[in-house]
Design a binder for this molecule. Structure first.
Ligand SMILES: Cc1ncc(COP(=O)(O)O)c(C=O)c1O
Length: 400
């Protein structure tokens, strides 16, 4: 989904202009001082932290200067477009994207309806969510024409809205009905639904006082990439964890999360794991973590300083069957030390996106025997079965 803005250049009119990062900030210690507003935890305030983070993240390589190519807009020949020309360009540029994701339907309370035309799937530039990050969001998977854990996600969505001081434009039942209708209009039977509540459009002020009405947006995405359940590597992130007040709400402020994902990818990993300010294991950028200890206990960090995962909460229930079968000795939610995590028999990532994914390596440490573990595999099967044939409390049918 794109913000509604006019194109100020012909689609083909871009050029590669090299930018020297060093030109902007020749001294990394200056960068470090400029970033002090981050309110970094003590370890992040140590001299050289930002430099070492940037080096690890490949932002700075062996010297303080690195050449990065960026797309820079040419400032000559900027066309003035009519509304229909702008929309036509949106359509052309969308069609030129090579993406495995297709956007099948979008609802917007701004236009008060559903569209299936991707070119119209835009939100106003002056929406407080766009220019101030004043919005919350959530998701739900669509499986065989059912929405998985819609009500659990919807509860968290509305809790997040309260924390972000956004009064939804509709009551819960209406929002739920709109979301189901959007999926129905999309005809999508397997994919995902994403939805946002924002303070709404109005002006470009910091205060939302000028926002006329909060807004609800939803989009149905069909993803054609094959699912991959192979074990992966994770790294410990150097990006500061969000303070609990912000970590427990699913706001649109995912810059730290996106940076940790990039950090992981730059270091050959799939995700980067946060530790909390007491050094306990917290979560990944869009997933929770869990472990199987040497004593065959399923161990998960408590949710009081991280996002309360709908999938992780469901896994805690489904795992009880593994206790009955003797595959697990027990289930525990509590503080998990780094040492405990790294010497676990199994480690897994849990979330709506990954479902349950085995972690085979964390930083330099091989987890267990370095292979996908039996409990992680059993939990993945239980979640997939639950998505296909679980009780009505977790499966909401979509009338097509
Ligand atoms: C920060 C964070 N933690 C955990 C999760 C996992 O939550 P869920 O299982 O509800 O997708 C997510 C995903 O939304 C997330 O963004």
């Amino acid at each position: 989904m794109a913000s509604l803005s006019c194109f100020n250049t012909p689609i083909s009119g871009t050029s590669q202009v090299p930018l020297k990062l060093g030109d902007q900030s020749p001294n990394p210690h200056v960068t470090s001082r400029n970033l002090s507003f981050w309110r970094l935890g003590s370890r992040f305030c140590q001299p050289g932290f930002v430099e070492s983070y940037l080096r690890r993240s490949n932002v700075l390589k062996n010297s303080n200067q690195v050449e990065a190519s960026i797309n820079c807009t040419q400032i000559s020949d900027v066309p003035l477009l009519s509304c229909s020309e702008a929309i036509e360009r949106l359509r052309t540029i969308r069609e030129s994207y090579k993406s495995k994701q297709q956007y099948l339907a979008m609802y917007s309370s701004i236009f008060g309806g559903i569209t299936t035309d991707p070119a119209a799937m835009v939100i106003p530039m002056d929406d407080h969510m766009v220019h101030r990050g004043h919005g919350v969001f959530d998701t739900a998977a669509i499986m065989d024409g059912y929405l998985y854990e819609l009500d659990q996600h919807l509860d968290r969505f509305l809790r997040s809205a309260i924390m972000a001081k956004i009064k939804p434009p509709f009551d819960r039942e209406t929002i739920r009905r709109i979301l189901i209708q959007t999926v129905s209009a999309s005809k999508c039977r397997k994919g995902s639904l994403r939805y946002w509540l924002s303070a709404g459009p109005g002006d470009f002020q910091l205060s939302p006082a000028g926002c006329h009405q909060s807004a609800l947006y939803a989009i149905v995405i069909q993803d054609q990439s094959p699912s991959d359940h192979k074990g992966i590597k994770v790294v410990t992130t150097l990006i500061p964890i969000k303070p609990p007040q912000f970590a427990i709400m699913k706001s649109v402020n995912y810059l730290p999360n996106a940076l940790t994902k990039m950090e992981a990818e730059e270091n050959g990993g799939y995700a980067a794991i946060w530790l909390d300010n007491d050094g306990f294991i917290a979560e990944g950028p869009n997933m929770n973590v869990a472990f199987v200890t040497k004593e065959k206990e399923l161990l998960m960090p408590r949710f009081d300083k991280i996002l309360s995962g709908c999938t992780a909460s469901r896994v805690l229930v489904l795992a009880e069957s593994l206790v009955s079968e003797g595959k697990l000795q027990g289930i525990r939610v509590g503080d998990v030390t780094l040492e405990e995590g790294k010497r676990a028999d199994e480690m897994m990532l849990i979330g709506s996106g990954v479902l349950v994914r085995s972690v085979l390596q964390w930083d330099e440490q091989i987890i267990g025997d370095g292979k996908e573990g039996p409990v992680s595999e059993a939990l993945l099967n239980l979640v997939m079965e639950d998505m296909k044939s679980g009780p009505s409390t977790v499966r909401v049918p979509v009338p097509y």
